[in-house]
Structures are given as C-alpha cells and as structure tokens.
Design a protein around this ligand. Sequence first.
Ligand code: ZN
Length: 391
Amino acid sequence: MSNQVRTTTRPAGDTVHAERLLGDLDTLASFGGRPDGGVDRVAGSAADREARAWLARRIEHAGLHAYTDKIGNVFGRTHAGPGPWLLVGSHTDTVPAGGRLDGALGVLAALEALRTLHESGHPAADLIEIVSFWDEEGASPDSPGGLIGSTALCASEHIRQISGYLELHIEQGPRLENSGLELAAVDGIVGIDRYRIEVCGAANHAGTTPMDARSDAARGAARVLAGVRAVALGLDPGMVANVGCLELRPGSPNVIPGAATMVVEFRAGGEESLAGAGAELGALVTRIVGEERCTATIERISHKPVTRFDPHLCDLVEAACSRTSPLTVRLMSYAGHDASVLSGHVPTGMLFVPSTGGISHAPQESTPDRLLVQGCQALYNTIADHYHALS
Ligand SMILES: [Zn+2]
C-alpha cells in the first residue's frame, strides 16, 4: 500500500497523514464493530455515544477545541477560531449492520485535514470547523427520520456563524468504480417523487371466470410495474425508478384480485425529468387500465425537490479534485446526505470516493485505502483552494 498521496508541486505540509487517517478509521470502526467487519452504531446507542466521546478526545489530542451541542453534534476547531467557519464533516452513526465508512470517512477526513492545516500553521486552520452530525441515518425506531443533527444546526443560532459546508462521502453506488474513476465533485442530490396507484377491477371466481371476461387488477398493476422502467429511461438515462410496494386484494389464490395498490418512486437530477415521468406514468396507467377493463386513481404522495449545490463551490471542488486525481467526474448523488440540509442555508459542496462493488449500508462496505487517503487529500486541497479564493 502506498501511504503517501504524491503532490509533486506542493510542500510536505500540504499532504495529509495517510496512516493517521487510516488508523483513526480503524479505531472508529471498533465502536460497535461486528465480527463480520461491519458496524452497529445506531444513533443514541452506547456504541454511538462512546464513539462521539472518543472523537472529542481525538480532536483535543490534536490541540484543537472540541465541544458537543445540545442535540449531540460534536464539533472541533482551533482555539483561535474567530468565525465565520467553513464547516466540514459528516456523521458517525450507522444503520444496523452497516459499514465502517458511511459518514465515518467524512468526519475523520475533516479531522485529518484540519489537523494538517493546524500543524503546518496554515491560516485556513482558524476558519474551519469540523462536525460529526447527530443521527443522520434515522435508523432507530425512535428516530424522527434522520438528518436530525444537521437540521437542528440549521435551525440554531450557530448557522449564522457558518460560511459554507463541505462533505466527503463514499459514493454508495457503483458508478465511479465501473467507470474507472477515483473522485467525484457532486453537483447535488436527486429529487424524489412517489406516486400511489390504486387499480380497481372486479373480484371474481379464479376458476369459473373465463380469461376474456376478467377485470384483473393484478394484471393491470403488473403491466404498469413492468412499464415503469421504460418511462424513466425514455425520459432521462440518469433517472431511476422503483416499485417497492405492491398489495393485491382480497389476496386469495382462488380470487381474481379486485384491487391493487402500488407505490412508484422516481429519482432524477432534474425537475423536468420528474415532472415528465409523472405525466407519462399517468398516460401509461390510463392506457393499461383501459385495455384491462379496470379503473385507476393515481396520486403523487410526496415530492422531494432536486438539491443543487452551490455552482461556484462545485467548480472549486471539481478543480481541487482534478488536481488531486485526473480521474475526476461531476455527478449527482442518488442518496440523501447532511449536505442536502446545509445547502438550503449556506453554499455547500460534496466529494465522493468510490465504493467497492457499489456496496453500502452493509458490512462489506469498503474502499481501497489509497482512494480513502486520496479523497482526504482532495478535501484538504478543496479547503486550501477555498481559502485562497477568498483571500
Ligand atoms: Zn452517510
């Protein structure tokens, strides 16, 4: 393993410490660590609280000031920090039987970047605050749904002292690895539309009713389900669609279903794509239920708008990533992050490193050490560039 990211034109003080970062990742993974290599560190669990206490000690050990706010967010900054701060971080809670990198990388890379700035006497050190947000995942049955710490920060007075937000994260999907890429500057986070479709037919005897005399709600719903992929890909090759819920009633092997309920979800990087998908889904449902002698209702039950990160900060992130590795791309995130909350309040940027096999929220979650260190270096380079762009 190569421990150093080579930066031929920069002094050693501008290079993050690979072994220190990787050692911290190993230590953090031991809180809630599982024999299979995964991590159980759901927000509020004993392991989560112990990990946060360890993080605060680790911040103090670097000669920095650590503090925890009312909700449970852990922060670190130099003692001289006058604010406003560029906030850099992620979360240290996990899903049950989760992986060792989701969130953890972003927090510990932020610590490593700030430590390196502080040690080399870089003036940006006093303008950086690092954070581990409380309960990003929303994985506990008691959780109000995740993104709790970042939402609380944005509702607090402290947000007035924050000038921007940066987050390094694993991609949690296969796109970077499949394209042989090493870093991504994230443009934003896809919007999500969900539709509930009720198909109504006529319940009847499954044996005595001739095939050409049926109003089969299951068949109508199944044809809609099968058509959803073409609706998405026909509009936008980057759109994804899912039918994760399907219920047939009355639900008996010898009764033709009289009713079917399904939920269709679309995720896309553009509002036009989402709106187009809604219109085409409506047309698809109308055509199919007509052919199947059924009726249907369709209702949009939720709309999460597309998040667009600050374009200037995105450009800066992309330039810093490209300098760190030529294998850099811009892409949208298909998963939600604390960055989506922050982006509603301050200029926000995000960086991705590849996820091996595209696996996340599972014990097998991994990224080669070299790419973890390189991601941290790209985060450091982004912070340094951001400072020089302002001064
Ligand atoms: Zn995460």
